[in-house]
Design a protein. Structure first.
Ligand code: CA
Length: 360
């Protein structure tokens, strides 16, 4: 205690010790010893390493005053118990994605991704500057949690299939791992959606428990070796156009922090939110070449008819969620309004530019 009091007492005067001296003193004992449970396999590229980066940043930015121990899925709690574990304070932080918690509230899915919805860039705009984070905080606040975006995959891939998808008929009877709203859309198209944590996908696909799976994109799908269990790799990821990975913080634990450490935790999330998207954008192109050139994966684009059908079904599914759940209705209305504005501007800016860049 004496030593800890001394470190606290150093305060502003620690500058006199020089940066190295102050840091080594601060590392002597963390003032806050936190656990972060995650829905990802430990150290999984992009997702698990993103959670590791978040923990490391918080520790570094706080000069060691907060120490965060990261747990992979199943180490402390199973993947899909992360939300409850942080809510009840078993862990102070969690890292996952909000659509995994649709059983808590269907509105949660809007803070992850929506089929045919906002891209990563638009999602960040909505969350940070369009009122999204306020709604998300209101929802998670009911569970004693503070949410923060802490990563984004960008547009995902449509998934791995062992047969070609030539028409909507080919989706009928298809047992596919696809979480969130995308899964409900698949069900409406006649398929059977399954939700499994990432760590179980390869085996389930290989032993035929599922016929198809989506995961993230080339970088992550290559790491899981999904090309060994399926031949066709479809795009685009209509169901996940810019999925937010979330950090959640136990509200009591957060409120026990002094204001500077609270700012550090939330700003570290912001750093990782941006960094993960940059990492995916950098790694996906090379991983895709490896999948196609080295592993002989057959790349396929979903036919326009299939896309049109899925888009129509998505609108139905989303509208019905809003009818079932008053809070989801409120979030849906806000999301829809933002999407309509974003679409017009993105059409004039990004879409026109991308078309111009590829014009032949
Ligand atoms: Ca996915």
């Amino acid at each position: 205690m004496q030593r800890r009091d001394f470190i606290k007492g150093v305060g502003v005067g620690s500058l006199a010790l020089g940066a190295a001296g102050a840091a080594s003193m601060a590392h002597a004992k963390a003032e806050y010893d936190w656990k972060m449970v995650t829905t990802w396999p430990k150290n999984f590229p992009g997702l698990g390493t993103g959670a590791n980066n978040l923990a490391a940043l918080i520790e570094q930015m706080s000069g060691g005053r907060i120490k965060v121990h990261v747990y992979g899925a199943g180490e402390l709690v199973p993947a899909f118990e992360v939300f409850d574990a942080v809510s009840r304070g078993t862990a102070q932080m969690g890292h996952g994605s909000a659509y995994y918690w649709k059983g808590k509230s269907e509105a949660a899915q809007f803070f992850s991704t929506v089929p045919f919805g906002l891209t990563a860039q638009e999602m960040n705009a909505w969350i940070y500057h369009g009122g999204g984070l306020e709604l998300w905080s209101e929802l998670y606040g009911q569970f004693g949690l503070i949410p923060a975006p802490a990563g984004n995959s960008g547009v995902q891939m449509g998934g791995w299939f062992n047969k070609e998808i030539k028409s909507v008929e080919d989706l009928k009877g298809l047992k596919m791992r696809i979480p969130g709203l995308g899964g409900e859309v698949l069900a409406r198209a006649g398929g059977t959606p399954v939700n499994l944590p990432g760590g179980e996908l390869f085996t389930a696909l290989q032993n035929g428990t599922i016929d198809a799976t989506e995961w993230v994109g080339p970088y992550n799908d290559l790491a899981f070796g999904l090309y060994k269990a399926a031949k066709y790799y479809y795009y685009p990821g209509w169901h996940e156009p810019g999925t937010i990975m979330e950090a959640m913080v136990n509200k009591q634990a957060f409120e026990a922090l002094p204001a500077d450490l609270q700012a550090i935790v939330l700003n570290a999330c912001k750093v990782v939110n941006q960094d993960m998207l940059a990492e995916y954008t950098a790694r996906n192109p090379t991983a895709l070449r490896t999948l196609v050139d080295k592993h002989g994966v057959e790349l396929r684009r979903f036919p326009d008819d299939v896309i049109r059908k899925l888009r129509g079904l998505s609108e139905e599914v989303i509208a019905e969620i809003a009818e079932r759940d008053p809070f989801a209705a409120k979030v849906h209305a806000a999301y829809r309004k933002f999407l309509a504005q974003a679409r017009e501007w993105t059409g004039i800016a990004e879409l026109s530019y991308l078309n111009a860049r590829d014009l032949v």
